[in-house]
Every structure is written in structure tokens, then in C-alpha cells.
Design a protein around this ligand. Structure first.
Ligand SMILES: *[C@@H]1O[C@H](CO)[C@@H](O)[C@H](O)[C@H]1NC(C)=O
Ligand SMILES: *[C@@H]1O[C@H](CO)[C@@H](O)[C@H](O)[C@H]1NC(C)=O
Ligand SMILES: *[C@@H]1O[C@H](CO)[C@@H](O)[C@H](O)[C@H]1NC(C)=O
Ligand SMILES: *[C@@H]1O[C@H](CO)[C@@H](O)[C@H](O)[C@H]1NC(C)=O
Ligand SMILES: *[C@@H]1O[C@H](CO)[C@@H](O)[C@H](O)[C@H]1NC(C)=O
Ligand SMILES: *[C@@H]1O[C@H](CO)[C@@H](O)[C@H](O)[C@H]1NC(C)=O
Ligand SMILES: *[C@@H]1O[C@H](CO)[C@@H](O)[C@H](O)[C@H]1NC(C)=O
Length: 819
């Protein structure tokens, strides 16, 4: 396998050989030699030190508190860091150990000098001129004299618990040989312990940590997987790209072998000392020697968090490590907890169940299936153990193949650049959100999308209206623009204008893919560039989502919503109502929706500092209060959530999709209402009762999410926690831990934050009557002295929370696309 070892090594070796040849035995006895010839031996107390820099030392040692003796190799600078052990499970009792080459040069033998018993040996092709040498890579090798650069044997082929640069893990497809690392049993016992790390070679290559199974593999369970190799790093360990210039990772997948290894790049002459070790505690670590502090620095440790725990959320579960500690688990779109009662007790291993059967499974005919794909973004891809992989297929081909196979449940690109195709035909397990994660295409029944459409039909009117309102603002301008071909936004004082389809087509390059910025179940959103260069968001309702009634009501609803003007509402600039097209034109918000910030990665999160978050909450409250008590009567928003709140250039919130709102006075009969999971009040979840107080409840969730950085979600992750902290008087512990704590001497800010959370708790009370009105909320938020009641403990019924709503938030709603 390893016949092509560095020829530079060889040169150095040869030089060494000449240097030392006159005095080898003396040198060996003095412990400065790097090799052992036939006829020589190494006894306890003597060492071999690697050629070159002398970084590695071979000799006898006793680990930890043990008095037993082992032959091992350690880092010269860090004598207790033993990375290879010969007699792992056959220790010597005393200091009588001797290492030597046997007479015919066919074995490297560790003898118990007293009894002459062989404690450990390595066999190879007999070679008359066999010589043992510790190379400056840390590899202990046997070769045939100084002439051959092929190894008869090498310690790198028999790793202990450590992977050094130049070693590999994986499998030779020729010989069947496998390389993996096995943890020690304990700090005092190097015998093979419970944990083992291998390179999984079924499906895409990925590193897997196993527990149990006695080292043989049978009965072992997966503990943690890094996620598949994506061409640059293991999909679930994006941080590896931070150090891949220093320690380049390499995965080889050929007819010969599937292996993983890494290098250490020399800087200022010397390559840093580094190791990857599977600890007996069940943790994998990458450590780098820091010469200045003379200590090992940890670059990586896994598993890192509860979501790394293998299959924690069961089949079709989706783990979110940013969620509150009480529940990291949710389900992928289109699925709900298989056993809500078990989930309520935090036993999520049973996973999730599909809501609507796939077309194929229902007896359809393969290629004619009506199923569609939903994208699950930014995840560590599921276990690919039983998946089929084709590195040659394109994304389009992949999708086609998945639709063509009744058992296919999901597909994804195999590498980070979008090439290759992985198809899952089993349950998908061990999916979690990660930074720079990949997109998983989940196959769902058409009705998972259609439901959205159906509601849409009813809803088309409202979204349209919302859009329209926005449009209205810009509309006047738009109208002018249409005539004079100026900017749409120039004259916001005029109402929403109707624009013709040709104009829309011209600003979106005829709805070109280039302009596509989002797609939901019932609309597609394009970025439009006006002739003066300013941008708008163009929301085109899908034909399939439109009913005749929806089409008819479109203009009326647009007009109603156009009457709503408030600084916290997203502006509807214009609309198009031509032929079968129903299109809304909004102001373009390049800062996207609030959830992108609140649940986003750190720099973006921290950008919304505490005072800014309080301002945002206040502005949202004012916007909702305006909807509730606006000039033309009450409008219920119905779908308040972070993804429906966009941020403008100054990070001021703009409530979107109040299109799902209806005039309170309007006839509600027969309507499909919409509330996203995690934001639905109990009376709505249980009894479909939709009142202004439902918005108040959703607002409370929005408020608490904004301050805590935790998604409530369908599992009611956040609310019980908030309530508990209230009872314990530790409200400040609810604040997003990813953000700097408010300064302890900023009493004003602390007071405001605490008051704000208190208001949030008032909003999420069970009884609608107990909740304040939006205008009361605005009053409380804007005055530090106004009275506040004590909130009543909500039951936070998880059955209600988990009850699938008619219109779940599968879509993340239309407005997520709005940006
Ligand atoms: C090891 O080598 C020494 C001489 O260098 C010799 O006296 C001794 O017998 C050898 N031990 C074994 C076990 O071969
Ligand atoms: C070792 O080297 C000798 C002489 O160079 C050669 O005759 C012999 O075949 C080699 N043995 C092996 C196993 O390579
Ligand atoms: C990796 O680098 C990115 C950006 O440079 C940084 O945000 C992130 O925290 C780093 N990750 C680790 C684990 O160091
Ligand atoms: C394993 O972890 C323990 C505790 O963190 C540490 O003391 C020990 O040195 C580690 N062992 C190895 C082999 O890294
Ligand atoms: C968790 O639930 C599964 C079924 O969903 C059950 O088999 C298992 O025993 C439960 N585990 C615990 C600890 O209750
Ligand atoms: C792969 O298939 C085997 C045999 O059906 C099954 O036991 C195992 O759970 C599957 N693994 C995954 C990750 O789907
Ligand atoms: C569907 O995929 C499974 C698993 O890869 C495979 O065994 C089966 O042959 C495929 N069926 C068709 C019709 O391609």
C-alpha cells in the first residue's frame, strides 16, 4: 500500500545510515539511534528517536497510574502523549521487555526477556537485511536494508487511538485491509476500549464514531458521524475549512481504496505537530502542539452538542442545536412526531411520521408520480449507509431518478459544488442544521403543497391585499413610472397602481431564473430592477394556487390592503391583474427577514444588539396595533412570525404578508385559516377560534424568540422555558446566550429587557381574555411606569402544539421568499 513513501525520507535515511553505521550499536544503547538492525535489540530504558527533527520517541512506558510496561511511541516534547502501542492488551509485568528482529528477518518481536515469551510480534516477508527504523513522520517501519524504500511492515498500518499526518483510515478494496482507530480503555489502560472511529465506505465516505461491539463491529452502535465528505470537508464539520490550509484533509475514493487522511503543512520550516485521537471518553479531538505554551491546543472536538448525537431525533427528525435545551428535535416538513406522547417526554428516538403518503406508495406508477420536492436547507445530510451514490449524475438527473423510483424519499448533491447524486430509499436519519450545510431535497406528496395552495386560494386575496398595500405606497410612483418609465417608488403618497404585465416582464427579464429569489407553494418571487436601477420584489401567484374566487377577489382585496399605511408594514407598490396573472410588487428588502438574523450565525445575530431588538419589538407592536385598530376597522394578521417580518436598510421591521389577514368584518365562513406552528394560540389550535387575541399570542412568541434567539417551533420549545425562568426569577437567563450580556450597570436596559419579557409572558397566556390588547402592549412597551399584571401560568399543552394545523408552516409562508 505504502510503497511510495517519501524519497526525501529515504535520502535522509541513507545519510543517517552512513553517519551511524560505524557506531550503531553504541548509539542504540545510548538511546539516540533511530533504527535497529538484525542482531541488535532494544531493552526497557532504551529508546529510538526519529530521524530528522527527533519529534517521536519509541520505548517502554507505563501509562497513567499503571505499573505495567508497554512498548509505545510518543511525542518527544510531550512524553505522556503516546500515540502508538505495540502490546496494547498484553502488558509486561516488569522491565524485562526486549524488542528485536528475529533471526531470519521475518518478524519484529517483543519478548518478555525473563521468560522469553513473545508478547507481541509483527510478521512480514523474510528479508535477510531487515532493519527497523522510526521515521520522522512518526512511522515505525521495517525494510529490507537501506536500499529498499518499500516497507515490509509499518506501524501506520496498525493504528492505535491516534491518526497522525500521513496515516489513513478506511479500506483497501484490493486486500480488504481496514484502517481505523480504537480508543484506550482508560487513561491507565491502552487495551482497545469502547470507542472506535472508522471511515464509513458504504454510500459517501464519512467518519463515524462507534461504541461497543468489542472492536469486531457486530453489535456496535453509531455515536456520532461527521456527515459525508463533500469534496472539501465533512459536511457536518464546516469548521474544518478553517484549518484546512494548515491540515489539508484528503479523501481518496478509487478502485483501489477508499481512505481518509490529512497532512500538516510546514510553516517556517517545520510542520506543526498534530494528532487526531479518539479518547476513551468517547470524544474525537484534533489537537495541535503549541510550542510556546508547551501544551496541546484543541482545534476540533466531536460530538459537539446534543444534535451530534447519532439519530437523536429519529427517522425524519431534524435537530436544531440553536433551539432551547428542552427540545432540539423537530421533524422535516411534511412529517409530525410519530409518538407525540414520547416526544413530550423528550424521547424523540421514535422520529417522525409522514403526513400524506407518497403518490407512488399509494399505487401510482413511478414516472407519472405527482410528488414534489421540498428543500431542507443547510443541513448535515442524512446517513448515506443505504443510499445510492452516483458521482456522475447531475442535479436534474438526480431529481428525475428519485421521482422514477417509488422507494426514493430524498436526494441531494454529493459534493459541495452541486455535482453528483445521492438517493435515499430508506428512512433518513441523523439530519441536523449546520453552518454552510447542504440542501436536501425531500420528496413529499403533492397535497403537502396543494394544501398550501388551497388555503392560498382563500388566502390569495389577503396576500394579494398585503401586497397591494405595499404596492399602493409605491404604486403611485409605479404608475408614473409605467407611463414615463421612471422609478416605481418615486411617489409613495399615491395609492397602489395597477401595472401591466409587459412592464413586469421587462423588469424581471421575463421572469427569468436569474431574477428568481424565492419560491413558495403558491407563489414565486423575483427581484425586479427598475430602469433607474432601484429594486422591487415581484411576487407572482402560481396559477395552480388561484381559484376563480381568488381571481375575482384579487383586486378588491388589493384595494382594501392598499388602504393600510404604516411605517411597520411592508409596502405594496403595485399589482398586476392581467389575464390569468396575479402579481404583487413590493419594496425590496435586502436585509431579509428577522429570523435570518435572530436565528442566524453570530455576526448577523450580534448585529441586532439589545436596544435594537427592543426597538424592533416596539415597532412590530405598533404595526400590529395599527392593523387591529386601523382606519378601516380591524384586520387580523393571522400569521405573525419572524419569517414574516422583514428588515429594511436601517434594520427597521416591516411586517409582511398581512395579506393573510382578512378584514375582521368579512365573512369568515368556509375559510381556511393559517397560523404557523409554534405561533398558534391554544384556542386556535384546539378550536379554530380566530380573534385579534390570536395575533397577540403570536406577537408574544415573536417577542420571546427575538430576545432569546430560540425558535419556539412546533414542539413549544421556548415557552415552557420562559415560564420556568419567570417562576425562578431568572428572566435574564432567557436572553440569547450567543450575545454579549447587557452590562450590569446599564440598569435602564436591564429594566427594559425584563419588562419586555414580562409583556411577552402576558401575551402567551392561555385565556384570550387575559391577554392585553395590542394598544395596551404598545403602551406598556413605550412607558416605563405603566402598570403590568402578573401573567397566569399557561398549560402549554403540547398536544395542541403538535396538532398538525391545516396550513402548517411547511412553506415558511410566502413571505420568506419575499426577500
Ligand atoms: C540484547 O543485546 C545484548 C547485546 O547488545 C545481548 O547481550 C542480549 O542477550 C540481547 N537480548 C536478547 C533478549 O536477545
Ligand atoms: C532483500 O534484499 C536482498 C538483497 O538486496 C534481496 O536478495 C531479497 O530478495 C530482499 N528480500 C525482500 C523480501 O525484499
Ligand atoms: C471558522 O471561521 C469562521 C469565519 O472565518 C468563523 O466565523 C468561525 O467561528 C470559525 N469556526 C471555528 C470553529 O473556529
Ligand atoms: C481524554 O480526555 C481526558 C479528559 O478530557 C484527557 O485528560 C485525556 O488526556 C484525553 N486522552 C487522550 C488520549 O487524549
Ligand atoms: C423511546 O420511545 C421508543 C419508541 O418511540 C421506545 O421504544 C423506547 O423504549 C423509548 N425510550 C425510553 C427511554 O423511554
Ligand atoms: C440500512 O439498512 C439496514 C438493513 O436494512 C438497516 O438495519 C439500517 O438501519 C439501515 N441504515 C440506515 C442508516 O438507514
Ligand atoms: C429503487 O431504488 C432501490 C434502492 O436503491 C433499488 O433497489 C431499486 O431497484 C430501484 N428501483 C427502480 C425501479 O429503479
Amino acid at each position: 500500500m505504502r510503497s511510495t513513501r517519501q524519497s526525501s525520507n529515504l535520502l535522509r535515511l541513507v545519510a543517517f545510515f552512513f553517519l551511524l553505521s560505524g557506531q550503531t550499536s553504541a548509539a542504540a544503547a545510548a538511546g539516540v539511534a533511530d533504527k535497529l538492525d538484525k542482531g541488535q535489540n532494544l531493552t526497557d530504558g532504551q529508546t529510538l528517536v526519529s530521524s530528522g527533527g527527533g519529534s517521536y520517541t519509541l520505548g517502554f512506558f507505563s501509562p497513567g497510574k499503571s505499573t505495567k510496561r508497554y512498548l509505545g511511541i510518543w511525542f518527544t516534547v510531550s512524553g505522556d502523549t503516546v500515540y502508538w502501542v505495540a502490546n496494547r492488551d498484553r502488558p509486561l509485568d516488569g522491565k524485562s521487555g526486549v524488542l528485536l528482529l528475529n533471526d531470519d528477518g521475518s518478524q519484529l518481536v517483543l519478548l518478555d526477556g525473563g521468560s522469553r515469551r513473545t508478547v507481541w510480534s509483527a510478521s512480514f516477508l523474510a528479508a535477510s537485511a531487515a532493519v527497523v527504523q522510526l521515521l520522522d513522520s512518526g512511522n515505525l517501519v521495517v525494510r529490507n536494508g537501506s536500499g529498499g524504500d518499500a516497507y515490509l511492515w509499518q506501524s501506520f498500518d496498525q493504528p492505535s487511538d491516534t491518526l497522525l499526518p500521513g496515516m489513513k483510515m478506511g479500506k483497501s478494496l484490493w486486500s480488504g485491509q481496514e484502517w481505523f482507530i480504537t480508543a484506550w480503555r482508560s487513561a491507565d489502560d491502552p487495551s482497545p476500549g469502547d470507542y472506535r472511529r472508522t471511515l464509513a465506505t458504504d454510500g459517501l465516505p464519512e467518519l463515524v464514531l462507534w461504541r461497543g461491539g468489542g472492536g469486531g463491529g457486530g453489535g456496535a452502535t453509531k455515536v456520532y458521524r461527521t456527515g459525508p465528505w463533500n469534496g472539501r470537508f465533512f459536511n457536518g464539520v464546516p469548521e474544518a475549512s478553517n484549518y484546512s490550509d494548515k491540515f489539508p484533509l484528503q479523501v481518496t475514493s478509487s478502485a483501489r481504496e477508499v481512505t481518509y487522511g490529512y497532512g500538516s503543512v510546514a510553516t517556517a520550516g517545520a510542520a506543526p505537530l498534530t494528532r487526531v485521537v479518539v479518547n476513551y471518553t468517547g470524544v474525537v479531538e484534533r489537537l495541535v502542539w503549541d510550542a510556546s505554551s508547551r501544551a496541546w491546543q484543541r482545534f476540533f472536538q466531536g460530538p459537539r452538542d446534543p444534535c451530534d448525537s447519532y439519530a437523536r431525533c429519529g427517522p425524519f427528525g431534524l435537530c436544531d442545536a440553536d433551539a432551547a435545551a428542552t427540545s432540539f428535535c423537530g421533524c422535516v416538513d411534511g412529517f409530525t412526531a410519530a409518538s407525540p406522547s414520547a416526544w413530550a417526554l423528550r424521547n424523540t428516538s421514535g422520529g417522525c411520521r409522514r403526513g400524506v403518503a407518497l403518490d407512488c406508495a399509494a399505487g401510482g406508477g413511478g414516472s407519472r408520480t405527482t410528488d414534489k420536492f421540498k428543500v431542507v436547507r443547510g443541513v448535515k445530510l442524512p446517513d448515506t449507509r443505504n443510499a445510492s451514490v452516483d458521482m456522475g449524475a447531475t442535479a436534474a438527473e438526480c431529481e428525475r431518478r428519485c421521482l422514477g423510483n417509488c422507494s426514493c424519499v430524498a436526494y441531494a448533491a454529493a459534493d459541495i459544488n452541486g455535482g453528483g447524486c445521492v438517493i435515499w430509499t430508506d428512512d433518513i436519519v441523523d439530519v441536523r442544521y449546520v453552518d454552510r450545510g447542504q440542501d436536501l431535497y425531500l420528496r413529499l406528496a403533492k397535497s403537502e403543497f396543494v394544501e398550501t395552495k388551497r388555503s392560498l386560494i382563500v388566502l390569495v386575496v389577503p396576500p394579494v391585499a398585503a401586497t397591494i398595500a405595499i404596492l399602493l405606497i409605491a404604486f403611485g410612483v409605479w404608475a408614473i413610472w409605467c407611463k414615463k418609465n421612471h422609478g416605481i417608488l418615486d411617489n409613495p403618497s399615491m395609492g397602489v397602481a395597477s401595472v401591466n404585465l409587459a412592464t413586469i416582464k421587462s423588469i424581471t427579464e421575463n421572469f427569468s431564473e436569474n431574477c428568481l429569489i424565492g419560491e413558495g407553494g403558491f407563489s414565486t418571487v423575483y427581484k425586479g430592477v427598475q430602469s433607474d436601477g432601484r429594486m422591487v420584489a415581484v411576487k407572482r401567484l402560481k396559477q395552480s394556487a388561484l381559484t376563480n374566487k381568488g381571481k375575482k377577489d384579487f383586486a378588491r382585496e388589493v384595494a382594501v390592503m392598499a388602504g393600510l399605511h404604516h411605517g411597520s408594514l411592508l409596502r405594496l407598490l403595485a399589482y398586476c391583474n392581467e389575464g390569468n396573472e396575479r402579481i404583487l410588487v413590493y419594496a425590496y428588502m435586502k436585509n431579509k427577514s428577522l429570523d435570518n438574523h435572530i436565528f442566524g450565525p453570530l455576526p448577523r445575530r450580534a448585529n441586532l444588539h439589545w436596544r435594537r431588538r427592543l426597538d424592533i419589538i416596539q415597532a412590530i407592536a405598533k404595526g400590529v396595533a395599527y392593523l387591529h385598530e386601523g382606519p378601516d376597522g380591524s384586520v387580523i394578521h393571522r400569521d405573525l412570525k419572524l419569517s414574516n417580518i422583514l428588515l429594511d436598510d436601517e434594520l427597521k421591521p416591516k411586517i409582511a404578508d398581512f395579506g393573510t389577514a382578512k378584514l375582521f368584518v368579512a365573512d369568515q365562513s368556509g375559510q381556511t385559516l393559517v397560523v404557523s406552528q409554534g405561533y398558534a394560540s391554544p384556542e386556535y389550535a384546539l378550536r379554530d377560534e380566530m380573534t385579534l387575541k390570536c395575533d397577540v399570542y403570536s406577537f408574544g412568541v415573536v417577542l420571546l424568540e427575538t430576545l432569546s434567539g430560540v425558535r419556539n417551533g412546533s414542539m413549544q420549545t421556548l415557552l415552557p422555558q420562559a415560564w420556568r425562568l419567570w417562576e425562578q426569577g431568572n428572566l435574564m437567563d432567557l436572553l440569547d446566550p450567543a450575545m454579549a450580556r447587557p452590562a450590569p450597570d446599564d440598569a435602564e436596559l436591564l429594566y427594559d429587557l425584563e419588562r419586555c419579557i414580562h409583556i411577552g409572558l402576558l401575551c402567551i397566556q392561555d385565556m384570550a381574555d387575559d391577554r392585553p390588547t395590542m394598544s395596551e402592549i404598545v403602551a406598556m412597551l413605550t412607558s416605563r411606569t405603566s402598570q403590568m399584571e402578573q401573567p397566569k401560568r399557561p398549560t402549554l399543552d403540547s398536544r395542541a402544539a403538535m396538532r398538525p394545523l391545516r396550513q402548517s408552516d411547511v412553506q415558511g409562508s410566502t413571505t420568506t421568499d419575499l426577500t
